[in-house]
Every structure is written in structure tokens, then in C-alpha cells.
Design a protein around this ligand. Structure first.
Ligand code: ZN
Length: 344
């Protein structure tokens, strides 16, 4: 009797994994809250599903709602992607398999190191040493798994956020998700994604913020004084995402490798685009903390709602700021942010 029940359950054509596997046969499927994860094997699918479920909980808290049905799938074919959409999975997030993840990061690192060596006229032996040193920076499998815990929720956050507040734009998105350039202001789009990340990633960004505010340089960012950039709120609020140019110029899978790469920037040339991009995430994390702690857990949702309705942030702040415990002008917000950032 139990076996029969299981058989019937497995054959239920409306079950999410049954629908998903009809579109992408031969994969392992695990249900994850409102979505499914399809991977090469079940343990990998379970691992990613746990990250997605964590993101759903944070989305419910920050955006007061459930995301539209979604599928996370490793290396989908075009027909699998289309089939999943037709089967009702509004968002299809392509996720690189761990192996290709590593290979993409490796070849990117090696190419960068070789370019650098060539530009310095190095010998073959010196070039080999530079390449070896660069490759030794590659994250271990454990470190990559930790990256997924932040990045799967982050990428889902971009998709869910756009669909929740700009449904027309989300519906017209037919290709792989663009990391940047949703209809909302870039800072808000990025803040919505960053607040989906797991606690470990969030704390790492907060620690980086504090270190930069103390005037320390971080190996992950290179020799940059990040403090003036972090304090410049007006710049943050109007800035185009610093990753935009890079996102356009490199393969999407590489963009998702977490920015692993070697960049050789001459000292004194100002922050490189990759550095600005990492500062942008750090700033988005702590500015979100500031807004949430000062006002309310769902404040980003309220700002998004107003923005989607055609109101800019400054107008929203003047109207709603005082009720929420926030300053009512951008100038006053800058002053308050300065105080918060220095005491964070
Ligand atoms: Zn992002």
C-alpha cells in the first residue's frame, strides 16, 4: 500500500519535479520551496536547493511575499530552458556545474597571468612561476561551496526582485538572466540581491566594510583606499553598476565565478573596475543594513514599490523618510550614513 502511494505520488503530473524532468530529462531533481533544482546528481541538487530555500525565507521577510516558481538548472539546453518556462517555471537560473566552474576560473586566471608575463617580457620560466602563483589563488572546493551559498540566493534575488516589482520587464526576459540592468536603480537592484545572501556571506561583506573603514587594504580588493568610495552615498545612489562593462564583455558563467581573476593595475591609477564592483557589493550590504535597522525589515520593498510607480528615491525619502525614522533629504541621509558607517 505504501509502495503504491509512492508510485502514485511520483506519477502525479502536476508535481514540480515531474514537470521539470519532462522538460529536462535525465537529471536529478529536488524540490526547493517554490522551485526545483536540477543537477547532475541528487546530492548536488540538494546542496543548491538548501541555498534556494534559505533565499526564499529571506525574500519572504524582506519583500513580504513568495517568489514566482523557479528552476535552478545546471547547463540547460535551449529546449530544456524553454520547456521549463512552458511548464510554469517563470525563472530559469542556469548554474555552472562545479567542474566547469573551476575550469572557467582556471583558464581566466591563467590567461591573465600569461598576458601580464608577456607584457613584462618575462622568460618562459618566469611565466610558469607567475601562472603557478596565480593558480594557487583558486578557491578550494570548500571555498567554492561557500561561494554558492551566497551566489545562488544572490542571483535568484535579482530575478525575484524584478518579477515582483517590474513584472512586465521580467516577463519579456527570454534569455539567461542578466546580472545587471534590471529596470530599478542599480543600487536597489544590487541591494535586493545582496540581502538574499546567506549569513556567512553577509558577515564577510560587513567585515570587509569595517576593515576598509579602518583604512586597511584587503587582498581581495587590491591596494585601494575604499573609504571615500564607501562614504560617498550620492555616488552610490546614482552610479551605474561598476560590473556592467565587465558583465557585457565576459561570458556569463565567468561573471558568476565570483570575480575570481588576476588584475594587474598600475599603482596610482585609481580603483580598477573590478575593485569598484566589489566595493559596490560591500556598500550595498551595509547600506541595506542601515536602511533596515533604521526603519523596517521590508523597507527595500517599499522603496521598490515607489520606484516602480515612477517616484524617485529622493521624492520617496521626503514623503516617507520621517515616518520610518529616516532623514527626509539626500543631504541629511548622507550625514546620517556617514555617522552609521563610521560606527558600524
Ligand atoms: Zn548582483
Amino acid at each position: 500500500m505504501i509502495a503504491l502511494t509512492l508510485l502514485l505520488a511520483a506519477a502525479d503530473p502536476s508535481a514540480p519535479c515531474v514537470r521539470a524532468l519532462a522538460a529536462a530529462p535525465g537529471m536529478a531533481c529536488v524540490e526547493a520551496g517554490r522551485g526545483v533544482v536540477l543537477a547532475e546528481d541528487e546530492s548536488e541538487a540538494r546542496r543548491l536547493a538548501a541555498h534556494a530555500v534559505g533565499a526564499e525565507a529571506r525574500f519572504a521577510q524582506g519583500f513580504s511575499g513568495a517568489p514566482a516558481p523557479y528552476a535552478v538548472i545546471m547547463a540547460p539546453s535551449a529546449s530544456a530552458r524553454n520547456g521549463l518556462r512552458a511548464a510554469g517555471f517563470q525563472h530559469v537560473l542556469s548554474w555552472p556545474a562545479p567542474r566547469s566552474f573551476n575550469e572557467a576560473a582556471r583558464s581566466s586566471l591563467e590567461a591573465g597571468a600569461r598576458r601580464f608575463a608577456a607584457s613584462q617580457g618575462m622568460t618562459e620560466t618566469q611565466t610558469r612561476q607567475v601562472v603557478e602563483r596565480a593558480l594557487s589563488q583558486l578557491p578550494t572546493p570548500e571555498a567554492q561551496a561557500a561561494l554558492d551559498a551566497g551566489m545562488v540566493p544572490h542571483e535568484l534575488g535579482h530575478l525575484w526582485f524584478t518579477a515582483a516589482f517590474w513584472p512586465d520587464a521580467a516577463a519579456s526576459e527570454t534569455e539567461a538572466p542578466r546580472h545587471y540592468g534590471g529596470p530599478g536603480p542599480d543600487w536597489l537592484d544590487e541591494a535586493a540581491a545582496v540581502v538574499m545572501e546567506d549569513e556567512a556571506t553577509a558577515d564577510q561583506r560587513r567585515d570587509q566594510f569595517r576593515a576598509l573603514m579602518r583604512g586597511e587594504t584587503l587582498p581581495a580588493l587590491g591596494p585601494t583606499d575604499g573609504r571615500p568610495v564607501l562614504l560617498d552615498l550620492a555616488g552610490f545612489l546614482r552610479r551605474d553598476h561598476p560590473g556592467l562593462a565587465r558583465a557585457v564583455s565576459v561570458a556569463p558563467d565567468l561573471a558568476r565565478s565570483g570575480g575570481v581573476g588576476v588584475s594587474f593595475t598600475p599603482a596610482g591609477a585609481g580603483p580598477a573596475p573590478a575593485t569598484l564592483e566589489r566595493l559596490f557589493y560591500v556598500q550595498a550590504r551595509v547600506f541595506s543594513d542601515y536602511l533596515i535597522r533604521t526603519s523596517a525589515p521590508a523597507v527595500l520593498a517599499e522603496i521598490a514599490q515607489a520606484t516602480a510607480g515612477g517616484q524617485d528615491f529622493e521624492t520617496w525619502l521626503a514623503r516617507r523618510g520621517p515616518d520610518l525614522g529616516l532623514p527626509s533629504s539626500l543631504a541629511a541621509l548622507q550625514t546620517d550614513w556617514d555617522r552609521f558607517a563610521r560606527n558600524f
